[in-house]
Write a protein that binds this ligand. Sequence first.
Ligand SMILES: C[S@@+](CC[C@H](N)C(=O)[O-])C[C@H]1O[C@@H](n2cnc3c(N)ncnc32)[C@H](O)[C@@H]1O
Length: 177
Amino acid sequence: MEICGSAYERQKVRNENDFYPTPHSIVKLLANYSEWESLYVWEPCAGDFRLVEALQTRDYKVIATDLDQGQDFFDFKEAPCPHLMTNPPFKMIRPFIDHAFAIGVERMVLVCPKRLWACKKGWEQFHRHRPARFINLNWREDYLGKGGSPDRALAISIWESPNASRCQYEVWSKPYE
Ligand SMILES: C[S@@+](CC[C@H](N)C(=O)[O-])C[C@H]1O[C@@H](n2cnc3c(N)ncnc32)[C@H](O)[C@@H]1O
């Protein structure tokens, strides 16, 4: 019974920390993103390491950290590497973006909600940290594990600098399995 209790507590903490693993189709897209000449990438919300492992198969050298391993992203005063790729906790995604650029991240790829920029706070942050590319996906995944037809769509924001002069809009299709 104690084991069940601790497993329950651990899952509860994980849910509180937005532990919703990235669908494999999107991990594949991110790992295939190979426009960075540097091979070093920081994955600061590594979760179950699925993106870390996918990046490693593409020969990236990955610095993997996570709150679950005792490394709070917001405690970093300096980025261990200027290139960051992750699916961050959505409930703190705006402070996440501001903090990343405040500690020296120069390029970043984030999985994000499809309406990240489409609200007042989004508009303000878009003018502060405009990504070079914003990508909608032409399919949805049940990343919350609710079952049935997924009602929320994910998107991807890509920064090549902390504030691009223009943002290119794209729609990507699902990669082949
Ligand atoms: C949506 S999950 C994504 C996990 C993983 N990146 C993936 O692609 O499957 C968010 C992750 O962020 C972690 N997390 C939440 N708050 C954090 C924080 N303040 N600092 C670092 N990691 C955090 C959680 O533990 C969880 O693993």
